[in-house]
Design a protein around this ligand. Structure first.
Ligand SMILES: [Fe+2]
Length: 579
């Protein structure tokens, strides 16, 4: 096919007509910013070496007229590889709408990225790549709709941890009739073999590569290559375009602007170098549109007609002040509630950073869509628990039996909460009034900025649907401004495979705790602390329907859908109240 005059002509005519047909952008952020292109000078028709497709294909960041296409090739021998691509209206490729070719090499880890343009809005397409006579799998993608749009649906996933179990959740996602998949981060984890969530890795044949905590560009590339060898992840990418943001583990646990909990500059070098390596590999391996200027800026807007504006945020790296942890506020086995509240309410404290916050406010101001959807990492709702519960569960101050202490504290708080306010003793009321965030790494630890965003959105009359990942558990909450008025809802996806609260509490306690937490937290409508799964969110003009679907196991590829755990929640556009 490569030498066919027809194909060559199409490459030159239709391919070049497709503006950024650009050759290959594949993770080659550097080539983009320094103006270098990936064609070799003096070699108009590079041939390159033969190569195979071992890491699947992917697409992403759909706009109304374009979508990113991605693959990665494994060369048979040292050298560069010429890769051809085609995108067609039909699965048989009888109606090719754009095609082209370019080269890739070790500078970009043999990844290939194309921004295929000139496409129709709200349309499904098929694409494939070719190296000499070898073809990639054929995959499906879909552009965003334009103008009047009645419906749109997304699958939402996060926290896919290779050694923790099989990616059965991705297998299920591949089957869903959605417009796109939103991956809210923790696409990879950085740990060494035997690290976090690796207890079954050997038995499952899922010990991580390379066999160390990843620190260098070569390490991060190798980890992505292992994940992308997974057939279930390949199936999800082949079925739908992905819209991806990073969370912390794409670099290291609990990252913030200048460091991470799991980064020790003493033994692991400069954090900025590790971050740059991680970011380069992320752009190379994920079907993300390369940045126009600054690599660290991944916040971006993807409109879905007049129905919704998808506003993807970075609450993790670009602007975040360092997280607080409860030992910061603990003395003598007690958490100082007033000090905690003062710290998280500090008006100088930021999660988004000033630039991103201004950008977000601009997007909200300019959005005329029926729904404003924030695709981001950490929980935005208010998840406060009485301080004795947090004291019982915080390892640095917990007693000998944290579960026993925690259970007693939860039951005392629930008993108080279940009484009418007038029937509570002063002590019971004080207990409930001591509520502070259960997770200081989330928006709860950045209360001032959260109020600013929610009050701003309320003032505009935005209809917010906030999507979150990060916790490994499922949540649905009402979002309210600082006066308690409804601004929208939060739907959080469970993890693909990382362990949830059941790992900390045990399965029985985790099952009991979810409904009790809904009693204690006013805005919390639904939680699941036990199961692995994903979320689908279907938008219509007047309502949004969220559905949580779970798999029976991740310890075997022989699994079923866990129908008993299925959950559906709906929010009406009129009152924004979650039912
Ligand atoms: Fe995670």
């Amino acid at each position: 096919m490569k030498d066919s005059p027809d194909f060559r002509r199409r490459s030159l005519v239709k391919g070049v007509a497709a503006a950024s047909l650009l050759p290959l952008l594949g993770g080659n952020l550097i080539a983009c910013t320094d103006g270098r292109d990936r064609q070799l000078p003096g070699e108009p028709q590079p041939v390159g070496v033969a190569a195979t497709f071992n890491h699947g294909v992917a697409s992403g960041d759909p706009l109304t007229d374009r979508v990113i296409l991605w693959t990665r090739v494994t060369p048979d021998e040292p050298g560069f590889v010429e890769v051809e691509w085609e995108i067609a209206a039909d699965e048989d490729f009888s109606d090719i709408v754009a095609s082209g070719s370019g080269i890739t090499d070790e500078d970009v880890d043999f990844t290939v990225k194309v921004d295929a343009t000139g496409l129709d809005a709200g349309t499904s397409y098929f694409y494939r790549f070719r190296v000499r006579d070898r073809e990639s799998p054929v995959a499906r993608t879909r552009t965003a709709p334009s103008g009047t749009t009645a419906t749109a649906a997304f699958a939402v996933v996060s926290c896919s941890n290779y050694p923790a179990g099989y990616f059965n959740v991705y297998r299920e996602v591949a089957r869903q009739p959605v417009d796109a998949v939103l991956h809210l981060g923790d696409y990879i984890y950085e740990y060494a073999p035997g690290g976090y969530a690796s207890a079954n890795a050997e038995a499952l044949g899922r010990v991580v590569e390379p066999p160390r905590e990843i620190l260098t560009l070569a390490d991060y590339r190798s980890r992505y290559a292992q994940y992308r060898g997974d057939p279930d992840l390949q199936a999800a990418h082949a079925a739908h375009p992905f819209i991806v943001v990073w969370d912390d583990h794409e670099i290291a646990n609990d990252t913030w602007r200048e460091g991470a909990e799991n980064h020790d500059p003493e033994g692991e070098g400069e954090f900025s170098e590790r971050r740059a390596a991680a970011i380069q590999a992320w752009y190379e391996w994920l079907p993300v549109r390369p940045p126009s200027s600054v690599a660290e800026i991944i916040y971006r807007r993807l409109p879905y007609g007049d129905l919704l504006d998808l506003i993807m945020l970075d609450t993790r790296h670009v602007g975040r002040d360092q997280q607080f942890v409860y030992p910061d506020f603990a003395t003598g086995g007690m958490i100082d509630v007033a000090a905690t509240r003062a710290a998280i309410g500090d008006s100088n404290r930021t999660l988004l950073g000033a630039e991103q916050l201004a950008w977000l406010e601009e997007q909200l101001t300019g959005s005329t869509a029926r729904w404003q959807v924030l695709g981001q990492q950490v929980l935005m709702g208010r998840y406060g628990l009485p301080s004795p519960i947090l004291e019982a569960l915080e390892p640095s101050i917990a007693g000998a039996d944290p579960l026993e202490g925690g259970t007693a504290a939860v039951l005392a708080a629930v008993a108080a909460k279940n009484k009418a306010p007038g029937d509570r003793t002063a002590e019971e009321q004080a207990l409930l009034d001591s509520a502070i965030p259960y997770n200081l790494d989330a928006w709860d630890g950045y209360d001032f900025e959260r109020n600013r965003v929610l009050d701003f959105a309320a003032q505009l009359g935005s209809r917010l649907v906030v999507l979150a990942g990060d916790t490994h558990n499922a949540w649905a909450s009402q979002l309210r401004n600082s006066n308690g008025g409804p601004v929208g809802v939060e739907f959080a996806a469970p993890s693909v495979s990382s362990p949830g609260l059941e790992e900390v509490l045990g399965a029985d306690a985790a099952a009991l705790f979810a409904p009790l937490m809904s009693i204690l937290v006013d805005d919390l409508v639904y939680a699941n602390f036990l199961d692995r799964g994903y979320l689908t969110v279907a938008f219509a003009e007047d309502a949004v329907t969220a559905e949580w679907r779970y798999v029976s196991t991740i310890d075997s590829t022989d699994y079923t859908e866990n129908n008993a755990a299925f959950q559906r929640r709906v929010v009406q556009r009129g009152d924004l109240l979650l039912s």
